[in-house]
Design a protein around this ligand. Structure first.
Ligand SMILES: Cc1cc2nc3c(=O)[nH]c(=O)nc-3n(C[C@H](O)[C@H](O)[C@H](O)COP(=O)(O)OP(=O)(O)OC[C@H]3O[C@@H](n4cnc5c(N)ncnc54)[C@H](O)[C@@H]3O)c2cc1C
Length: 410
């Protein structure tokens, strides 16, 4: 193999690909990142960063800056929208003995990606090429080659390993022949970002979930460019209605008024429609190709677990890859697959589906039972702590750490 035979190639310069690059560069590994987009993407997706993820980002020295540009939110609430009752409130303070970070940080993902990219610039062994799309992958016993289409045309780049962090439609995953098993929700999710201050006007906290048999909603505050911040509302949107119709001024105002009646018009600064899937790659490793982040797993955003899982992948993978490049057995990369794929299935898929079912339940009896159970959980500190260990993804990280190659294959 020509050049640096310890070089790691990374397709995808979203938060997950960039974090893989930073963590590897810090360990002295030469990395080259390709991203198809001309620069960082800035659409309003992930914001909630959970305690388990903050633990990892703290080790990478990112948490203080995320808190500075984001919002620290220790509490989240569940509301019954039809009755207007606050059903449950959970305070991460109950996790004070479990984490250094008993809160989430609401930090928009483009800000997290920007903080990582800024740090990557300190490393001469790291290169980030925007406007470069990975279009093909080949591997031999000794190396992996990615074909990239950039401004100067097509070029081939070789390295020791390739990380596919190129999002849900991952070219790397497809080129490696890895299936993406699961399903697609029939409804789409619409995200409406507004200046309406739900905390001041309605008393909702910066992370509020609304159960409603007709139309559930998540309502979150983000810092945006500084006080007073913005609020993102997420709703299910009809599968058969055209995007232009769903996102028209009239439809957007009607949706928000139906949900949160107000004498004033809502000022909506972003409107985005997403197709949402629950899928996990059949393998996170195919020889010298490794998958991480949305390339490896996607889920609905209720509970805010997608990017968190991706960041946890990046930390797990970068650590093992650095050890393998220093001579450790490459079976460690199978352990990456075993640990991260297991928890993607056991925790993120099941939890995000359960979160959606809880909010959208239509059967009046089951709905009442679910909300009563939530109320009781929040009222009992021991049960509330167990609930928070799951929602904050600490239980998931503990489970991942307990998996060995022996237990994974048994
Ligand atoms: C409405 C919404 C709200 C969400 N909220 C949360 C939340 O609160 N918390 C949470 O944890 N998660 C949340 N998520 C999920 C989160 O946005 C994703 O999990 C996250 O973006 C995954 O990061 P990634 O780096 O793996 O992929 P992406 O962010 O998709 O980045 C992939 C990158 O790869 C590049 N790329 C694609 N194809 C190629 C190619 N062939 N060659 C080179 N580059 C390529 C793209 O340009 C992109 O920059 C939410 C998602 C949505 C839709």
């Amino acid at each position: 193999m020509g050049g640096d035979d310890r070089r790691v190639l990374i397709a995808g310069g979203g938060p997950v690909g960039l974090l893989c690059a930073l963590l590897l560069a810090r360990r002295g590994v030469t990395v080259r990142v390709f991203d198809a987009n001309p620069g960082l993407r800035d659409d309003p997706r992930a914001a909630t960063t959970h305690p388990a993820t903050l633990e990892l980002l703290g080790e990478a020295g990112l948490v203080d800056d995320m808190a500075r540009v984001g919002l620290v939110a220790p509490i989240f609430q569940f509301w019954d929208r039809p009755s207007g009752e606050k059903v449950a409130e959970f305070d991460h303070a109950l996790l004070v003995d479990d984490t250094r970070y008993p809160f989430v940080i609401q930090c928009e993902q483009f800000k997290t990606a920007r903080l990582i990219l800024d740090r990557l610039k300190w490393f001469a062994n790291a290169e980030v090429l925007f406007g470069h799309e990975a279009v093909g992958v080949e591997q031999t016993d000794g190396d992996v080659t990615v074909t990239v289409r950039g401004p100067e045309g097509i070029a081939r780049h070789s390295g020791a390993y390739l990380i596919g962090a190129d999002g849900g439609r991952s070219t790397v995953r497809k080129e490696a022949g890895i299936s993406f098993d699961g399903f697609t929700w029939p409804e789409r999710f619409i995200v409406l970002t507004t200046k309406f201050d739900f905390e001041r006007e309605r008393g909702y906290c910066p992370r509020s979930y609304f159960a409603d048999p007709e139309q559930w909603c998540n309502c979150f505050k983000v810092a945006a460019d500084g006080p007073p911040g913005l609020w993102r509302t997420v709703f299910p949107a009809d599968a058969d209605t055209a995007e232009a119709e769903l996102t028209s001024d009239k439809a957007v105002e009607a949706r928000l008024q139906k949900f949160f009646p107000s004498p004033r018009r809502f000022e909506v600064v972003h409107r985005n429609l997403y197709v949402t899937h629950q899928r996990v790659a059949a393998r996170f490793r195919a020889g010298r190709v490794l998958l991480a982040g949305d390339a490896a797993h996607v889920n609905n955003p209720i509970g805010g677990m997608g990017l968190n899982g991706g960041i946890q992948d990046a930390c797990n993978l970068a650590n093992k890859l650095a050890l393998v490049l220093d001579g450790a057995p490459d079976g460690l990369l199978d352990l990456y697959d075993a640990q991260r794929r297991t928890v993607a299935l056991e925790f993120v898929q099941s939890q995000s589906i359960a979160n959606k079912r809880l909010l959208e339940e239509r059967d009046a009896k089951i709905r009442a039972q679910n909300l009563a159970a939530l109320r009781e959980t929040a009222a009992d500190p021991k049960r509330a702590r167990d609930f928070l260990l799951r929602s904050s993804m600490i239980a998931m990280q503990r489970r991942a750490a307990s998996i060995t190659l022996e237990t994974a294959s048994s």
